[in-house]
Each structure stands twice: as structure tokens, then as C-alpha cells.
Design a protein around this ligand. Structure first.
Ligand SMILES: *Cc1c(COP(=O)(O)O)cnc(C)c1O
Length: 222
């Protein structure tokens, strides 16, 4: 077994059973993905449309592709036929476009609402007020193709573990607020996607159900 396979298995051993691993393969070649696939990994995360498009064609069809980067509305149509989950839904415009295009293509897709939790000014993501307002409207209840399966967030890039923990805890609180208010009997709304190579142990302690790990599996990106 190569280094990638060994890294992956070591990380998987550390994950509690309720936490799924998204292996973030962006910027790494298909051979690297195959190495992870060969030790059993099936969920992969990519952040650029062109790259995921090229890679999915060269890899087995039982891979569950998660899109985790900022997605422009004009790229939605091309990734929908094969993408399983869009974790980085950061605007209503984008969410609406995903539902419209998914109807046209007759495909289903899972979506996570990306919520802004970091202290640093982030370019993308909903505020909680925007989430509350949108989910209070009935619009999303008519979605047929899109299933809203949870929330996603990124902590501040800092050495300060307390700050990172506080932000993950906040996302967990947000998740439970939304769950109680808008998804009380909805089993699909269940994911808190948080934690990357540098902070996933903290994220797990704070309730993550989905960690997105790249560097610790595949090494540094070029
Ligand atoms: C790149 C990326 C990751 C993985 O980051 P690593 O530090 O390499 O583990 C996770 N989430 C998102 C949204 C990313 O863009």
C-alpha cells in the first residue's frame, strides 16, 4: 500500500462511526484518487468544475462526488449529472438555480447550506439571518430535486484552538436551531460538515458528521 492509502486508513481509524470522511482530492491527479479508492474510500471532494468534470470521467461511477468550492450558477448544469452533494451552497440564487437545472435534467442532488462562521471576512456563505428568513418562507418545501441535508462551515485559519472550537460550536448550535425550527421530522437534515486537515479533531469533538480532509491524505497541493 502507498502513502495515500496508509494516510487514509490512519485517519479513518480516528473517526467515530457517525462521522463520514470526504477525501478532498482537488489539485491531485486521478492516480492519487485511485489509490484512496483502492483502500475503500468512496466520497471525494472537489472545488473546481473543470477538474471534477475531467476526473469523474476517468474514475469508477460508484464514487460519491461532493462539490465543496464556490460554484457559479452557469456551472451548475454541467456538474449535476454526476455530483451527489453540493456542500457549498452559499446563496439563494445558486440554490434556486440548482433546483431549476435538476428538474430539467431529472436528477436529485443533496445540498448543504454554507454558513459563515469565521471571524475573518469570508467571501462566501449565508448569514444565519439569511438562512432563517429563507427557511421561514415556503419556497424550499416545493423543491423536488434538491434535498437540504445540513450545514457546512469553515473556521478561521488560526493557531488559536479556542477560537476554532468556538466557531465549530457555533455552527453546531446553528444546525440544531434550524433543525428544531424547520426540519423537526425531516431525517434528511442531518449533516454538520466541518473540519479540515488542521482542525478536524476539534470539529469532531464539536459534533461534526462530515469532515473534509485533503492535505493529511494526499499531501500538499501544488
Ligand atoms: C481544500 C478544502 C478542504 C481541505 O483542506 P485541507 O486543509 O487540505 O484538508 C476542505 N474544505 C474546503 C471547503 C476546501 O476548499
Amino acid at each position: 500500500m502507498g502513502l495515500i492509502g496508509a494516510n487514509l486508513l490512519r485517519i479513518k481509524q480516528q473517526l467515530p462511526p457517525q462521522v463520514d470522511l470526504v477525501a478532498v482530492s482537488k489539485f491531485h491527479p486521478v492516480e492519487a484518487i485511485r489509490e484512496a479508492y483502492d483502500v475503500g474510500q468512496r466520497i471525494f471532494g472537489e472545488s473546481r468544475q473543470q477538474e471534477i468534470e475531467m476526473k469523474h470521467l476517468q474514475l469508477p461511477s460508484d464514487i460519491e462526488w461532493h462539490f465543496i468550492g464556490h460554484l457559479q450558477t452557469n456551472k451548475v448544469k454541467s456538474i449535476l449529472p454526476y455530483v451527489h452533494t453540493i456542500e457549498s451552497v452559499d446563496s439563494l440564487k445558486l440554490l434556486r438555480e440548482i433546483e431549476v437545472q435538476a428538474r430539467t435534467l431529472s436528477v436529485r442532488v443533496n445540498c448543504l447550506l454554507e454558513i459563515h462562521i469565521a471571524a475573518e471576512p469570508q467571501k462566501y456563505g449565508f448569514t444565519m439571518d439569511e438562512c432563517r428568513e429563507f427557511l421561514s418562507s415556503d419556497e424550499w418545501k416545493d423543491f423536488r430535486q434538491v434535498t437540504i441535508v445540513g450545514v457546512m462551515g469553515m473556521a478561521t485559519y488560526t493557531e488559536d484552538e479556542n477560537q476554532v472550537r468556538k466557531e465549530f460550536r457555533l455552527l453546531n448550535t446553528y444546525f440544531h436551531e434550524l433543525k428544531t425550527a424547520f426540519f423537526p421530522d425531516n431525517k434528511s437534515f442531518k449533516h454538520i460538515s466541518m473540519g479540515m486537515s488542521g482542525d478536524y479533531p476539534i470539529a469532531i469533538e464539536e459534533g461534526s458528521t462530515l469532515v473534509r480532509i485533503g492535505t493529511s491524505i494526499f499531501g500538499e497541493r501544488e
